[in-house]
Write a protein of this length. Structure first.
Length: 113
């Protein structure tokens, strides 16, 4: 059974940084691409970043490119999202995703002064 458990969300001031983590189990982590999504209040869920199975390729939404970095540690079955230069528009619930197979429960990120 696929399980994805996110952590690392919280309250941060504009310009600050957070690192989200997602620990995966129930599947062969190192064989699968992983994604981060986010959903702000009243908005549709948005794909933020994708990383290939070995981490050799990453893609980003235009809104976060240059500020966010997705990475993974296959030895720890963990995918990360480093978020820098956060702004109010980054406030959302962030979800870890195994494409076509599963979602985490989400972690809240709130950017506020």
């Amino acid at each position: 059974q696929v399980q994805l458990v996110e952590s690392g969300g919280g309250l941060v001031q504009p310009g600050g940084s957070l690192r989200l983590s997602c620990v995966a189990s129930g599947f062969t982590f190192s064989s699968n691409a992983m994604r981060w999504y986010r959903q702000a209040p009243g908005k549709e869920r948005e794909l933020v970043a994708t990383i290939t199975s070995r981490g050799g390729s990453t893609t980003y939404a235009d809104s976060v490119r240059g500020r966010f970095t997705i990475s993974r540690d296959n030895a720890k079955n963990t995918v990360y999202l480093q978020m820098n230069s956060l702004n109010f528009e980054d406030t959302a619930v962030y979800y870890c995703n195994l494409p076509f197979r599963g979602w985490g429960q989400g972690t809240q990120v709130t950017v506020s002064s």
